[in-house]
Every structure is written in C-alpha cells, then in structure tokens.
Design a protein around this ligand. Structure first.
Ligand code: NAD
Length: 297
C-alpha cells in the first residue's frame, strides 16, 4: 500500500528550491497539506527573494495538492514560531517538521571568522530549534509528531573548508538523538538525513555522478521517515542517487585496564580500534552499561 499523508500537515523549511522543494512536492503529492517556507536567500544567506516559496506552492497545487507559502527566516526564534503559526492558521495543526533550510560560508578554519560561524549555526542548528520547539508542544498534546533534520556527510565524516557547516550538521544529530528519547512516549520520532543531490548548493562542484543525483530521490527517504507507520527514531539515513544507507556512531569494545596509563593506550591501540563486536548504543547510559559489563558489574 502506498504511504499516504492525507490529513497530515507538513512544514518544510527552505522549500523554495533544491531539496526542500522536492520534499514539499513529494509530501504534497502524497496528500499532505504543506507549508512551503523559504525566505529566498542566496547560497551564502544574503538577500531575500520572497516569491520562491509561492512558486512551489503553485507547483504543488498543479499536482492537485494543498500548500501555503511562508517567507519567515527560520534563523530567529520569532521567525521559527511564525512558521508554525502559519501552519496552524492555514490548516489547524502541524504533524511533520522537515528542517531543511541551509546556507554555505565555506572557508578554511584558519580563515574562518565570526561572520562565517554564527550565520551558519543560526540557520542550520538553531534554525531546527527555532522551528521544532514551537511544534513540539503541539506534537506532545496531539500524541503524534515527525521531525526530520538535514545533516550532512561533511558533519559525519568531515570535509575541507567546512568547519562551521560540519559543526552545525553534526550538532543536528545530537539534537535528534535527544528528541528521539524525549519524544518516545508521545509518539514523536526524530531522525536525520544526510542527502546527496544536485542543487545550487552542489552545482559548483564537478561531480561525475551529477546525472544520478535527483533531489526527488532524497525526498523518498524523507517521506518514509515522516510517515505515521515509520517507527524509526534517533536514526540517520544517508540518501542520494537512489541509495539509502544507515549512518551510525558506534563504539568498539575497547581495551580495559584498572590502572590505565598513556603508555598502555599506546601499546594496545589495536584493541582500542578493533571494531569486532562494536556496539551502537541507543543512549549514553548504554555505553556506561558496556563499561559495567566489562568491569563485571
Ligand atoms: P539550496 O540552496 O537549494 O536550498 C536551501 C534553501 O534554504 C534556499 O532556498 C534558501 O533560500 C533557504 N534558506 C536559507 N536560509 C533560510 C532562512 N533563514 N529561512 C528560510 N529559508 C532559508 O540547497 P540544497 O542543496 O537544497 O540544501 C538543502 C539542505 O540540504 C541544506 O540544509 C543543506 O545544507 C543540506 N545538504 C545538501 C546536500 C546536497 O547534496 N545538496 C548535501 C548535504 C546537505
């Protein structure tokens, strides 16, 4: 049976182009009422082009769907609250928040100044707080909610020139890990995607896979994670080019010695790094339990 979103209301930030547009079209095509948020910035976050969101609304309507445009900046607390207010005013509820808006200010760490850090953290990391927090209390009251954040392989694995971007993107993984734990009893899930797609953000790089990287292929992962039948939470999916894969943070069994010294670590690095029987703890306590079991406690 197809995954339908009838009667669901979805907010997609940064949905005036690229991946956000594709997510909004996919959710709209599947029956969700969509708030298409986008203030229409340049790649670096400057400037405002307010009709971008309205154009995507028209595209959703052309597919037979229902959508409303919102041009607030999600980089401020007030803006984030206003996006959720737009959803409630237009459709009476919110079920899904897809935090997708993003900017780039790539510089080597040596050349990175405050102007390259704060705006990036404000849009990517704090933006997710700004939009998800006002939705969260609605989710708790209604006993249902789906949160997706947009992380990146730059955060998981690192990338030259992206210190602030990578920090923001991995911060989002910490956020969904906690939201997954706190949301469990309210039927709220929170997951992250690490997309790979050709958009204006990536078109500057020469990519031999460009023809395979349709943003709509990433939207399939977003739709899956947002559906009421999907119980995954606290997970990270890498999605792009038709491939979807789990990204995880695991821990090796490690090396244990009661009176551990720096020299012991030097001499037992193979055991520290041996990933045989590694674990992926579901929360920080589970890592403590691993230590306890090795200590025989
Ligand atoms: P994009 O530049 O096409 O889309 C980003 C959108 O966010 C733009 O339309 C922009 O106007 C909007 N935006 C920026 N600041 C905003 C603000 N303060 N309020 C509201 N809207 C704002 O780029 P994209 O590739 O579609 O990126 C979407 C997301 O995916 C970003 O978070 C990006 O970091 C992430 N991402 C993309 C890729 C990729 O391969 N394209 C890879 C990893 C992560």
């Amino acid at each position: 049976m197809d995954l339908s979103f009838d009667d669901r209301v979805a907010v997609v930030t940064g949905a005036g182009g690229g991946l956000g547009r594709a997510h909004a079209l996919e959710l709209g095509r599947r029956g969700a009422k969509v708030v298409v948020n986008d203030m229409g910035t340049s790649l670096s976050g400057d400037g405002v082009e307010r009709d971008r969101a309205a154009i995507v609304v028209k595209e959703i309507e052309a597919l037979g769907g229902t959508a409303v445009a919102d041009t607030n900046s999600i980089a401020t607390e007030e803006g984030g609250r206003s996006v959720i207010e737009t959803a409630v005013a237009a459709f009476g509820r919110v079920d899904i928040v897809v935090n997708n808006a993003g900017i780039l200010r790539d510089k080597t760490f040596h050349n990175t100044g405050p102007d390259d850090v704060d705006p990036v953290l404000d849009v990517h990391l704090k933006g997710a707080f700004n939009v998800t927090r006002p939705a969260w209390s609605l989710f708790r009251d209604q006993g249902f909610g789906r949160v997706v954040v947009t992380s990146s392989s730059a955060g998981f694995f690192g990338n030259f020139g992206q210190a602030s971007y990578a920090s923001a993107k991995l911060g989002l993984v910490g956020l969904i890990k906690v939201l997954a734990i706190e949301g469990r009893k309210y039927n709220i899930t929170a997951n992250a995607i690490g997309p790979v797609a050709m958009t204006r953000m990536t078109s500057g790089f020469d990519n031999p896979l460009a023809d395979y990287l349709d943003p709509a292929l990433v939207s399939s992962a977003v739709a899956f994670l947002c559906h009421e039948s999907c119980e995954l939470s606290g997970e990270v999916l890498s999605a792009g080019g038709g491939r979807v894969a789990r990204v995880f943070i695991g821990v090796t069994r490690g090396y244990l010695k009661g009176d551990l010294t720096a020299e012991d670590i030097r001499d037992h690095l193979d055991e520290v790094f041996d990933d045989t029987g590694y674990q992926v703890p579901g929360n920080s306590m589970e890592e403590m339990n691993l230590l306890a079991s090795m200590l025989g406690k």
